[in-house]
Design a protein. Structure first.
Length: 133
């Protein structure tokens, strides 16, 4: 008896630095045109550069594109938190040998955390400690 087909899409590729900057703009702005993203990014880059990067991102599956109107509207293919978790897991595996402790230690020693951030981290750790596996 043949196995039923499963629709497990391959994970989205890791965005480049420029692609991540555009994703961050889209997460802040919501669905946007190339012009909207360009305006958000400022004059650091040109329209055709942003357009080309967003077209590549569409081909890679990092963004979706609504082509119904004259102007295409782009939106992130995945929510910000999901992308951040995937990138963090990749970083933990590649740079820290799979150790979340080493990642946290490196992050806290690389940049001084504010007292408010430390309180939020403590709350998060307390919540995770109390959570059932």
């Amino acid at each position: 008896m043949p196995k039923p087909a499963t629709s497990t899409a391959p994970p989205a590729p890791r965005p480049t630095e420029a692609e991540l900057e555009i994703l961050q703009a889209l997460w802040r702005l919501g669905p946007s045109t190339v012009r909207g993203v360009l305006d958000h990014l400022g004059s650091r880059t040109g329209y055709t550069t942003v357009l080309k990067i967003m077209q590549i991102m569409h081909e890679k599956g990092l963004v979706s594109r609504d082509e119904r109107g004259r102007t295409h509207v782009y939106r992130p293919a995945q929510p910000e938190a999901q992308t951040q978790r995937r990138l963090a897991a990749d970083l933990i595996n590649r740079a820290f040998g799979g150790s979340a402790r080493k990642l946290v230690a490196a992050a806290l020693s690389a940049r001084r955390a504010t007292p408010q951030e430390l309180d939020e981290i403590r709350k998060l750790l307390d919540e995770m400690k109390g959570a059932k596996p």
